[in-house]
Design a protein around this ligand. Structure first.
Ligand SMILES: [Fe+2]
Length: 152
């Protein structure tokens, strides 16, 4: 195996980790959209839905970057839970601010994952991934910003 193959293998792993995080963050954001309650219900219900829609749109883009690199990608919920770093949240009675706080931390973790993908893309010479990750990062930073300002 050449070092180029190694770098490409590492990039594929990294993209699959990002894909797992994307699905996990999507379902958690939807979960909070469905279960949020309290005086800010309308605002948060709508914001979480906007965020979920944006996150879901990334899943296909990330998976297809893997295929374009010649790799295979995730196939099932089990594959997602094996690779994601986003912790599940099965409590349905969380306080609205606890939901905001948790999604803020998860989006920051997601930004870190994107940073790793960008580094792996650079090492593998995958210019397309390297470039598109900047857009995905800007989107995640926007989500983190909105969530942070709600907590202020
Ligand atoms: Fe809905």
């Amino acid at each position: 195996m050449t070092s180029k193959d190694n770098a490409q293998g590492a990039l594929i792993d990294s993209l699959n980790g990002l894909l797992a995080d994307t699905f996990a963050l999507y379902i958690k954001t939807k979960n909070f959209h469905w279960h949020v309650k309290g005086p800010q219900f309308r605002d948060l219900h709508l914001l979480f839905d906007e965020h979920a829609t944006e996150i879901f749109a990334l899943t296909d883009l990330v998976a297809e970057r893997v295929r374009k690199q010649g790799g295979t990608t995730l196939t099932s919920p089990d594959a997602i839970s094996a690779k994601t770093r986003i912790k599940p949240q099965d409590a349905t009675g969380l306080d609205a601010m606890a939901m905001v706080k948790e999604l803020h931390a998860d989006n920051l973790a997601y930004i870190e994952r994107l940073r790793e993908v960008k580094e792996a893309a650079g090492e593998a010479g995958d210019n397309a991934t390297d470039g598109i990750v900047d857009d995905w990062t800007d989107q995640a930073e926007q989500r983190a910003w909105f969530l942070r300002e709600i907590m202020a």
